[in-house]
Design a protein around this ligand. Structure first.
Ligand code: M6R
Length: 609
């Protein structure tokens, strides 16, 4: 949730850290801080609010130095305030710590440290780390951090710096991600890749239980017991342009417009338009076990969960395999029953969502085969699952997931066709039909994006509304859920997604002229059924907007407004019907003046429970 960055090298550290924090800001943005080291002194600056506030303060009163750490916070323990902002320091102010995660035993540690004479200045769990390191300090920061780590329970990625052991940063990971960027006589530690790709493409991913000491001339890796660990840098292919807005007002809008390319990239190299074959050898799953699977369980959170719901329709239809879809936060605490013939698919854009990661770990303990669908290379879920099918969406900066949802749908469609072929559920002709349909989707998405202006005009009329209902059936039900999630998370308008057929069991009581209904109504096997649901709404003086096929003339007489989308295979309509809902939510939020890319209370990757 929080973002941490540290730099040691010859360059001026403040611009590097501030730029890095801006790129990490999507991880949390209620307060921010920096500590830089100059002439044997720590200079710390912290502010409540966004990085822009920190930058303003640093412009007014600049700090200088060649190494230091920075932090952007998503509050867990202690309200958002300047005093609770990181970096936190020890009693003497000679060492500072930044932290992402939760120290579960902080109250016991704090009590003991207070009894030993340490004075605390904040309400945070993090401050205990600084005092622990202070207490253990004998001859080096590395030795003190290593001893402190033995006492910490919970999840953490930390970076610590001390004036007593200058020109070095000691970082450690147990849970949340931590990466080390390797430059020319300069090193970075960071929560994720985004801030680093402008500086270096050579990255080392820390594993749980590992720590690193970075200095201008090298990086040394150890485990928490002090044993040396050999790490090989990985070359990252993401480029810096991917994390710029590229002329769009918000990252979210840019990412919505990237969806045709994201689907192309996710399909590329994995399909044959001659034979209709899908190639997924890269995922590294044992073929004999894939052959034997009798059931699939999909586990995910948020938008990834909605993609998982669509995965169920894809897999049951194309692979002929039964599928359950579960919220990771619920599944991890349930008495789930798995065996070796179950394939568990964990979907996570970030690959770091705490609930999804915990569910994956319990699943592995029970012997099931696991496949991750992730966007972030080498993320924890990607590394810990038996195999990984990467979505090629590039970095997603907007907190609201958009392009990664489309990429996840594409990956799930590939998986379904692949398993369908493997299990003999699809013959080559059927596979080819699906693949050709998938191949045509990016162009159809472009047609919808070309109509963005008319969706904006429609959205403008709904800016003042406070409630929305989203309805869909069959594959359009997850689309309704996703449309409602987009609207509520970025515009703060209350929106409910519902299966059309369930509406009469309760939500219909809400319908009036102040609660418009968005209905996803492509011509598919439930078209007539959802038309009946539209009638039910209209009879109660409800206002209906329909997302329907271009060719659907009949719908125009049945609803107030229509957002048309090109025709596509019924199973794949979500690839197209989702886009207008993303745009609709975006334009409403943007016209309400909402902070679209960083909605209140949210963080991009939820690495705490
Ligand atoms: O990184 P993940 O896909 O595991 O994240 C899951 C959810 O936290 C995420 O989809 C969240 O719901 C987004 N805010 C949706 O826009």
């Amino acid at each position: 949730m929080c973002g941490i960055i540290g730099y040691v090298g010859a360059k001026e550290v403040v611009p590097i850290i501030v730029d890095g924090l801006k790129k990490l800001e999507y991880r949390g943005y209620d307060s921010a801080g920096i500590a830089v080291f100059e002439e044997g002194k720590i200079n710390r600056r912290r502010v409540k609010g966004k990085i822009a506030e920190l930058e303003k303060s640093l412009n007014e009163e600049p700090l200088k130095g060649h190494y230091g750490v920075g932090h952007t916070r998503w509050a867990t323990h202690g309200r958002p305030s300047e005093e609770n902002a990181h970096p936190h320091q020890d009693c003497t102010g000679s060492l500072v710590v930044v932290h992402n995660g939760i120290i579960e035993n902080y109250l016991q540690l704090k009590k003991r440290l207070q009894q030993e004479g340490h004075t605390f200045q904040t309400e945070t769990d993090t401050e205990v780390i600084a005092h622990l390191i202070e207490g253990y300090y004998e001859n080096s920061l590395e030795q003190a951090v290593q001893q402190a780590l033995q006492e910490l329970e919970g999840d953490f990625a930390i970076a610590a710096v001390s004036v007593k052991d200058p020109e070095k940063i000691v970082a450690a990971k147990m849970g949340p991600p931590a990466v080390v960027g390797i430059g020319e006589n300069e090193y970075f530690v960071c929560s994720d890749l985004n801030p680093l790709i402008t500086h270096t493409k050579e990255i080392v991913f820390l594993e749980d239980g590992e720590m690193v000491v970075v200095e201008p001339d090298g990086a040394r890796f150890r485990d928490f017991s002090g044993n040396e660990v050999t790490k090989t840098p990985e070359h990252i292919t993401w480029n810096p342009l991917m994390i710029e807005k590229g002329g769009f007002k918000h990252f979210m809008l840019k990412e919505i417009f990237e969806q045709p390319q994201v689907v192309r990239d996710t399909l590329q190299g994995r399909i044959s338009l001659d034979t209709g074959k899908v190639f997924l050898d890269e995922v590294g799953m044992p073929a004999n076990r894939m052959d034997a699977i009798k059931k699939v369980v999909i586990v995910a959170c948020g938008t990834s969960y909605h993609a998982g719901l669509l995965g169920k329709y894809f897999l049951e239809n194309m692979a002929g395999i039964p599928v359950d879809v579960e919220y990771a936060s619920e599944y991890r605490y349930s008495d789930f029953i798995l065996d070796k013939e179950v394939l568990v698919v964990v979907i996570s854009q970030s690959g770091e969502t705490a609930d999804s990661l915990a569910a994956l770990r319990s699943i592995k303990e029970r012997g099931a085969l696991s496949l991750a669908i992730c966007n972030v290379m080498n993320s924890s879920i990607a590394r810990e699952a038996n195999g990984v099918l990467y979505t090629h969406a590039g970095p997603e900066i907007g907190v609201a997931a958009t392009k990664t949802f489309s990429a996840q749908m594409a990956a799930l469609a590939l998986l379904a066709i692949y398993l369908g072929q493997m299990r003999g559920n699809l013959d080559p002709k059927e596979s080819l039909t699906f693949i050709q349909e998938l191949q045509r989707i990016p162009h159809k998405m472009e047609i919808i994006l070309d109509r963005a202006k008319s969706i904006e005009e429609l959205a403008l009329r709904f800016v003042p509304f406070s409630h929305f209902l989203y309805l869909g059936r069959w594959v359009s039900f997850p689309v309704a859920l996703e449309g409602a999630l987009k609207l509520k998370e970025i515009s703060y308008i209350h929106a409910e997604g519902y299966p059309g057929g369930e509406m009469k069991h309760g939500p219909i009581a809400l319908i009036d002229d102040l609660m418009p209904t968005m209905v996803v109504v492509p011509k598919d096997r439930v078209y007539d059924k959802i038309l009946s649901n539209i009638s039910e709404v209209k009879t109660r003086i409800g206002y209906v907007i329909a997302v329907a096929f271009d060719e659907d003339e009949d719908i125009k007489d049945k609803v107030e407004d229509v957002i048309p989308v090109p025709q596509v295979h019924p199973l794949f309509t979500p690839f197209l019907t989702t886009l207008p809902l993303q745009l609709f939510a975006y334009y409403i939020a943007a016209h309400r003046g909402a902070d679209v890319d960083q909605p209140r209370n949210l963080a991009k990757s939820v690495t705490v429970e």
